[in-house]
Design a protein around this ligand. Structure first.
Ligand code: C2E
Ligand code: CA
Ligand code: CA
Length: 314
């Protein structure tokens, strides 16, 4: 059980306010992690009000054109940056709030998930990412994050199918990044939907592997195409020997299961060299490039050449 507590008389002098405040504490406990207990604190009211306002703003964000996508390069793991050929990009949502400025997806995605807004937003993100990738002269891969809520509500398979047709993107160029949440929420449903997605010809990758439960039974139950090692382990490479051992083991595990491995959060040449030496397939992180508007990566997607050509002929 997850529990929120409010204590008489400090947190309320009557039943209604005690219950309301226990509810606020419960909300916080659920955010932390299931099975925890949280005691009401007055700041919680303000935080819940803030969230409510942010949620209202978010519901207008798509209509107002405040959402955009940033693209972060993914490369084949080479011993140096120059040897790490770019093979694709991960699309990451960005929200430019009219007053607050950039709001982090770590803040607004959970709000969108709780309220169900993620279904509409996820559709916009997927369409935009596929439309963009279909326009690149080079047939690079594009990875899009799908939230567990998109599997629980909404027709995720029908959506992916129709967006592929609509944008003309070859299914083999689309990779869907999911977290174990998809299988934790409802294992049978999650598994059935993943199988149907895979049958469309898209690739499925297991994001944030190593954080959370990372149950090996999930890897056994579904043939993921790729495992993304969580950035927490990459940060600690070179700092503690446990991380290196875990990264090495996950690479072996993935290869044993015929899955390819990509490490995220690669920031230094030492981390890159270690990963390449251990046989990691792919890398992503600030070292290769930050998430930026795709215009900043025009050369990588093959657009710079096209523009030159247009200049010569025009
Ligand atoms: P994620 O899917 O694990 O995305 C990777 C996050 O790591 C991104 O944060 C990226 O900017 C950050 N990152 C990449 N390389 C480095 C690095 O070298 N060092 C460090 N310190 N960080 C790095 P971002 O864009 O803030 O996204 C945070 C999370 O929000 C994502 O984690 C994902 O869970 C969620 N998210 C973002 N966009 C979407 C989306 O379109 N749909 C859904 N469902 N979730 C999204
Ligand atoms: Ca991701
Ligand atoms: Ca991740």
């Amino acid at each position: 059980a997850t529990t929120g507590m409010a204590v008489f008389p400090h947190n309320g002098s009557d039943g209604a306010s005690l219950l309301a405040n226990a509810g606020a504490a419960l909300f916080r406990a659920k955010q932390k992690s299931r099975g925890t207990i949280s005691l009401y604190q007055p700041e919680m009211d303000q935080q819940i009000r803030d969230r409510r306002v942010l949620h209202q703003d978010l519901s207008m964000a798509i209509k107002n054109g405040e959402l955009s996508l940033a693209f972060q390069p993914q490369g084949a793991a080479g011993h140096s940056v120059a040897e790490s050929e770019i093979i694709g990009f991960e699309a990451l949502a960005r929200w430019q709030h009219p007053v607050r400025g950039q709001v982090s997806p770590a803040e607004f995605i959970p709000i969108a998930e709780e309220s169900g807004l993620i279904v509409e937003m996820g559709e916009w993100i997927l369409r935009e990412a596929c439309r963009e990738a279909a326009s690149w002269p080079k047939p690079l891969q594009v990875a899009v994050n799908l939230s567990p809520a998109q599997f629980m509500h909404g027709d995720v398979v029908g959506l992916v199918h129709s967006i592929l047709i609509e944008t003309g993107l070859a299914p083999g160029r689309l990779e869907l990044e999911i977290t174990e949440g998809v299988l934790i929420e409802d294992f049978d449903r999650g598994l059935a939907l993943l199988r149907r997605l895979k049958a469309l010809g898209v690739r499925i990758s297991m994001d944030d592997f190593g954080s959370g439960y990372s149950s090996l039974s999930y890897l056994q139950a579904f043939p993921f195409d790729k495992i993304k090692i969580d950035r927490a382990f990459i940060i600690n490479l070179g700092r503690n020997p446990q991380s290196a051992a875990i990264v090495r083991a996950v690479i072996d595990l993935g290869h044993g299961l015929d899955m390819s491995i990509i490490a995220e959060g690669v920031e230094t040449v030492e981390q890159l060299a270690f990963l390449a030496k251990e046989g990691c397939d792919g890398v992503q992180g600030y070292l290769l490039g930050k998430p930026l508007p795709i215009g900043k990566y025009a050369g990588l997607v093959g657009r710079a050449e096209v523009m030159q050509l247009a200049l010569k002929t025009g």
